[in-house]
Write a protein that binds this ligand. Sequence first.
Ligand SMILES: Nc1ncnc2c1ncn2[C@@H]1O[C@H](COP(=O)(O)OP(=O)(O)OP(=O)(O)O)[C@@H](O)[C@H]1O
Length: 294
Amino acid sequence: MRYGSTDVLDGVSFTVSRGEVVTLLGPNGAGKTTTIEILEGFRMCSAGVVRVLGADPSRGDEHWRAQLGIVLQSWRDHGKWRVRDLLHHLGLYYVPYSTPSRRRPIPADELIDMVGLKEQSNQKISKLSGGQRRRLDVAIGIVGRPELLFLDEPTAGLDPHARREFHDLVHRLADLDDTTILLTTHDLHEAEKLADRILILAGGRIVADGSADQLARNVSNQAEVRWSREGEFYVHPTDDATAFVRELLAQHGDKIGDLEVRRASLEDTYMAMVHRIETGHDNGAVTTLERNPR
Ligand SMILES: Nc1ncnc2c1ncn2[C@@H]1O[C@H](COP(=O)(O)OP(=O)(O)OP(=O)(O)O)[C@@H](O)[C@H]1O
């Protein structure tokens, strides 16, 4: 993908299966929004082939568009509308696309309940707080019970409680409605919690593709074993934590306490991979690993 004479995406290639929750991570300016906008049909790519639900997004018709849910990074419209009225009104667009297996739209009151806006349902949108506005954005994104949902930094501005509720909602959409979800976030804990699969975009290309656990193991196979014995605390790095712990217990049995095995976190992995790209120590290969069953 090229803006003017600058290539911002180059050779980005991935497939997402139905019902999968995929998180796109990457530093500011890596091209996450550009990627999502191409998939949504909002931006034409300058080269390459893109298929979303079987269609070229730049030529997607109304029927194709009705299968998608989109939550953009930010938008500020409909200030004079009241929450319930807007959701009801937007829902009407999806009525012709309802099927026996996928009832469309989600009724406004059910939706309001799902995103935790019951107390604000009759409030004007211009009066909502930033976090409440974000919940409304998510409600607008899912009103048509989408097959495929794009979420661009959906939890920016949400408090911890709202964030947790949003995570439950994502799991519910994926598990109960078999919704395929592609989201971007800068919150690595969130990525780890939500994603079946993580794609890391850096330097205009995908540098890693796998579950959080698999990515961590790829960066470092070493685990850290921590324990206490007779009031002393110990730490030992090892490539085979299971064998080490077995031996430790065989030698010291009941005297071992506070046993912990720690692996590299997603943050360690992410930092290492992005650092490799930014310092030019990358070999150009994509780290592709198995997927994580939810
Ligand atoms: N309309 C545009 N015209 C020219 N360049 C653009 C345009 N939109 C984005 N870019 C550039 O393309 C690159 C990728 O931007 P993009 O918004 O896709 O990144 P991002 O990964 O979503 O970033 P962030 O995490 O900051 O949201 C950046 O270098 C940006 O400056």
